[in-house]
Ligand binder design. Structure first.
Ligand code: 28F
Length: 728
């Protein structure tokens, strides 16, 4: 590394990099031997003003995510040094006063003076955007970095930044205020160490809230530690360390390099995984039961792409596949994940057939079958990385797909051949997934198959209407036989049909609608409707232009209504779109005062009716409806002598004289006259028309209601009873 003797008192370079520097400097002809970087390798592109004007352009947001990106950016540069094999330790310390200090024991950022700019390489990297060999020819082989903008963005967005470099026997320091250097890079002493220290304090003018999350930092850096085997990452929370022995100047004077040598009484976490991404898969699977004991781990450089993959199947149906490109997590996957999944499916099918684990006539495993129960980490390192779109969420580099596909296929096939027990366990798990998928499809097809509607005689339970005009015909789908009975008696036989269905299904053990449907005899409904289903569906054959779901007003009723809505949403969506689906609105209360009978369809309406009946508000509020909803059963609460309200007539049977409230818990409690006049009579009833959105919400709620976890389902229903009332 040629060190000019005036390495540190070069001409002042404005923060924006001087004009000479703004053009890409011509390449100094470097001898082959000096493959290391130096000031010449830096591409100086532009100053830092734009960063402070529109920080969101560079760090995404100035919220917590953006704030933590400052740490990630500084850390990523240290990590790159470790990935390049020059650093083995990185220390991240949270300090008092919202300061963060990151140190590594790499080669140290070069400090030599650039021939044209006369500016130290360190200053250039710290004060110009896109500085650093990462973006030009040569430069780091692989580098992640925050959208690749480099540490200069952190400098621009920090009220204060301190950089210290130990290299070539010297110790060099430079300080900045919002990106502007206070002075030239200064040699402050000798050093027998090597590495880089960056300490920064985020600018409150940029970040509304400056609160670092220990948990977020630990989790992010743990993940990073998995990606670089044997890189030791120490994290220290010294925010509460008293006194100023952590002040940058004090620290600088102390000549201290590693804070952990201070043995501070501060929470510290250290990560170092020699197992790399294999350890990461083990960590992710720690609470699952593995399907095979031996992890698959492989690393190979193919077509200039460094591919590392680790996987292990567990006894679960979900899958967890994590993609990383240059140590940046890609939540939306990309070409590396595509290549991985292609090779995984092909390799497992080939192995299964070769070892007669898949019968000749059986179809291949699908891409979904091979994912069931899979935990995998796919990490690639590549130059000139390309991402899709603005964020680094999805890898776009095409070379990564073929590289991963070929590297993984070869290595995984060898693994399967060398671990026949693991291989058989994996293939059996995948085969199980395939058979379950096919069974579910068969069940669904059997429901959708034409045959299911063969018996075109109308079901016995259907009390059909007389009219043949579908336009005026209505079908009431009523929950349970008792309500069904009242509805059949109360209806207008000319235009109204009634089909009682199912009854309490709270304990439906099947989490899949197709199973419930085949088990619960949806046939009757489909035959009654007349449209057919699936590919045979024909809305012109619909026998009723109003299909009215009538379930109880209680929590169970809401659950059943959700089921019906989900059923229509998944198998007969056209009927919802055409506006044929309705939900009946039965009353919640029957309020009688002497001969007068009123129905309330909501609590608000109940109070309004009581007020109209002359019951004062405060008394109305104390009125409790009969628990059992028995005729005339009043509340237990005593009532004081009030105008229009009588005293208790007898214990346990408090009649508020002349006014009685009955709460309907279910349609079945109404006699058929009440059901007719409140819920069925077109002149007096209220119907809510179901929209596709209502049905979609029900469908989403269905998954919660039918989830395998009964307890949380019950809790959900109880606590969301009001919400569970599909607001149609
Ligand atoms: C606390 C944060 O930023 N560590 C870093 C290095 C080492 C080199 C380097 C960094 C030269 C021109 C690209 C040294 N010697 N920790 C860090 N350590 N950058 S950042 O070089 C930057 C290149 O731009 C380095 C020889 N080669 C590279």
């Amino acid at each position: 590394m040629p060190q000019s003797k005036h390495a540190h008192d070069s001409a002042r370079s404005p923060v924006g990099g001087n004009s000479a520097a703004s053009s890409a400097p011509e390449r100094a002809n470097k001898s082959e031997s000096s493959s290391s970087y130096d000031a010449d390798a830096i591409q100086v592109l532009e100053g830092l003003e734009p960063v402070r004007k529109r920080p969101g352009m560079y760090i995404g947001t100035t919220g917590p995510e953006g704030l933590h990106h400052l740490i990630w950016e500084v850390f990523d540069n240290a990590r790159d040094e470790a990935m390049a094999g020059h650093a083995t330790e990185i220390e991240v310390a949270l300090l008092p006063g919202n300061r963060v200090r990151v140190a590594d024991n790499g080669r140290g950022i070069p400090v030599d003076i650039h021939k044209q700019t006369k500016v130290s390489a360190l200053e250039t990297i710290m004060t110009t955007l896109h500085a650093g060999g990462k973006f030009g020819g040569g430069g780091y082989k692989v580098s992640g970095g925050l959208h690749g903008v480099g540490v200069s963005v952190v400098n621009a967005l920090s009220t204060y930044l301190y950089a210290e470099v130990h290299r070539d026997g010297g110790r060099f320091v430079q300080e900045y205020d919002r990106g502007t250097p206070r002075a030239r890079v200064k040699k402050v002493g000798a050093s027998d160490q090597h590495g880089t220290i960056v300490l920064f304090e985020p600018d409150p003018d940029i970040f509304p809230t400056i609160q670092f999350s220990w948990k977020k930092i630990v989790e992010h850096l743990r993940q990073q530690a998995y990606l670089v085997p044997n890189m030791r990452v120490r994290i220290i929370d010294a925010r509460d360390v008293a006194g100023d022995d952590l002040a940058p100047s004090k620290l600088a004077r102390s000549g201290l390099y590693w804070l952990h040598e201070l043995r501070l009484d501060a929470p510290t976490v250290t990560f170092c995984f020699e197992g790399g991404i294999g350890s990461m898969v083990r960590h992710i699977n720690q609470h699952f039961k593995p399907v095979h004991p031996n992890l698959f781990v492989a690393r190979e450089v193919v077509e200039g792409v460094d591919v590392s993959i680790a996987l292990q199947y567990v006894d679960d149906i979900s899958s967890r596949v994590f993609g990383f490109a240059n140590s940046i997590y890609n939540p939306e996957g990309g070409t590396h994940i595509t290549g991985f999944k292609t090779a995984l499916t092909r390799t497992l099918n080939t192995y299964a057939r070769r070892n007669n684990l898949l019968k000749e006539k059986e179809e291949n495993f699908s891409g979904d079958d091979v994912l069931e129960g899979l935990t995998a980490v796919v990490s690639v390192l590549l130059e000139n990385i390309q991402f899709e779109g603005q964020t680094k969420a999805k890898l776009g580099s095409v070379e990564a797909r073929s590289a991963v596909e070929s590297a993984f296929a070869k290595a995984f096939d060898v693994f399967l051949e060398e671990h026949p027990t693991d291989a058989r366990a994996i293939v059996e798990k995948v085969a199980l997934a395939m058979r379950a998928r096919k069974a579910a499809k068969a069940a669904k097809d059997s429901i959708l198959r034409k045959g299911v509607l063969e018996g075109l005689t109308l079901p016995g339970k259907l009390a059909d209407c007389q009219t043949k005009s579908a336009e005026e015909a209505e079908l009431f789908i009523v929950e349970g036989d008792s309500a069904g009975g009242s509805a059949k008696q109360g209806r207008d036989r000319r235009t109204q049909a009634v089909l009682p269905m199912w009854g309490k299904i709270l304990n439906v053990e099947k989490a899949r609608l197709d199973k419930i449907v085949s088990a619960r005899g949806i046939r009757e409904l489909l035959i009654a409707l007349g449209t057919g289903i699936g590919e045979t569906f024909d809305v012109s054959k619909l026998r009723y232009h109003k299909i009215i779901i009538a379930t109880d007003a209680d929590v169970d009723g809401a659950h059943i209504r959700t089921l019906f809505l989900t059923l229509f949403y998944r198998y007969l969506p056209q009927l919802i779109q055409a506006g044929h689906l309705y939900v009946a609105q039965p009353p919640l209360y029957k309020i009688t005062k002497g001969k007068e009978v009123r129905y309330a369809y909501s609590d608000e309406e109940k109070f309004k009716i009581l007020e109209e009946m002359g019951v004062p508000q405060d008394v109305a509020a104390t009125l409790e409806v009969g628990e059992e909803g028995e005729e005339g059963e009043g509340s237990e609460a005593p009532t004081e002598e009030e105008e229009g309200v009588g005293a208790n007539e007898a214990p346990g049977k408090s009649r508020v004289s002349k006014v009685n409230i009955q709460r309907y818990k279910g349609l079945g409690e109404m006699n058929y006259e009440e059901l007719w006049e409140t819920t069925m009579d077109p002149e007096r009833r209220t119907l809510k028309q179901v929209t596709v959105e209502d049905a979609r919400e029900a469908d989403a709620m269905f998954d919660i209601l039918m989830g395998s976890d009964v307890v949380s389902r019950k809790n959900f229903i109880q606590t969301n009873a009001k919400l569970a009332e599909i607001d149609v």
